[in-house]
Design a protein around this ligand. Structure first.
Ligand code: HPA
Length: 280
């Protein structure tokens, strides 16, 4: 019998975080593989290790530190998740998305999600950033959706709309930043796969044929839950590698992490510029 997370379990964690908050952050960031050092830009930080939060899932993957960093980022109070968990680690979809639920209980209204992704679009190069305009939910479309199970009506509707998963106004702010800073910012569709094996060339040709631009193993579950809870979402992928459509190059986690680290300054410029322009 499956077990599902209850409102009481979510509220218990929220209570622990609340006691440590000195402000009321309305924005949360989730940092993807190799992007953890983005949290170093947070000023006056309060750090809460995931281990202090009862039931909070802890990452088993190299490249994901496990702590919440709460503080200020360009005049906005933020909660930064330095490290996330993935479905492939063996966590249930409920566990993967538990942090987003906690953020909702804490009053967070905007979720900024980042990830490292492989380029399926042949025009993307490692080191480029892509604004996520939509996603393809390959894990959940016919299988484990994080909203499966009894609906927590206090958090959102049973059948949430996903027609605008990524907030158009937030996307426009990010576009404006890229333009004014003369930065390249691609746009496209992100597909969330279960992993952890990388894709075969046939997988990738299939994904390209159905309109995918970047491929990864995260983000989609968190965004699904964020939207059910009415949060506005900004999603940015850092292109860590060219996906191997022709079968002639191998993909490795090390390369993903290295590329992630190199992209941090670009992420910081886009995210800080977006926060600068954001009126809440
Ligand atoms: N495939 C899937 N997930 C990824 C990749 C990739 O090529 N790069 C980073 N995350």
């Amino acid at each position: 019998m499956d077990t599902f997370i209850t409102l009481a379990e979510i509220e218990d964690i929220a209570q622990v975080v609340r006691q440590r908050l000195r402000t009321q952050p309305r924005i949360a960031l989730i940092l993807g593989s190799g992007l953890g050092s983005l949290a170093e830009s947070v000023s006056d930080p309060t750090v809460i290790p995931y281990g202090e939060l009862p039931g909070w899932p802890v990452s088993t993957v190299i490249g994901h530190q496990g702590k919440l960093v709460v503080g200020a980022l360009h005049n906005h109070d933020v909660i930064v998740m330095q490290g996330r968990v993935h479905y492939y680690e063996g966590y249930s979809m409920d566990q993967v998305t538990l942090p987003v639920r906690v953020m909702q209980r804490l009053g967070v209204e905007i979720l900024i999600v980042t990830n490292a992704a492989g380029a399926v679009n042949p025009e993307f190069e490692p080191g480029d950033l892509m604004l996520i305009t939509d996603h393809l939910n390959m894990i959940g479309m016919a299988g484990p959706n994080p909203l499966r199970g009894p609906n927590l009506d206090e958090l959102g509707p049973r059948f949430p709309d996903m027609s605008q998963a990524y907030d158009r106004k937030l996307a426009q702010l990010a576009r404006d930043v890229a333009q004014s800073e003369n930065m390249l910012l691609h746009e496209g569709v992100y597909v969330g796969l279960a992993g952890p094996s990388f894709e075969t060339p046939a997988d990738l040709r299939f994904l390209r044929a159905v309109g995918v631009d970047a491929v990864g193993m995260s983000t989609v579950p968190e965004v699904t839950v964020a939207r059910q809870g009415g949060q506005r979402v900004l999603g940015i992928s850092g292109i860590s590698n060219k996906a191997n459509l022709d079968g002639n190059t191998a993909t490795s986690h090390e390369e993903v992490l290295e590329a992630g680290k190199a992209m941090v300054p670009k992420f910081i410029r886009i995210i800080e510029g977006t926060l600068d322009r954001l009126e809440l």
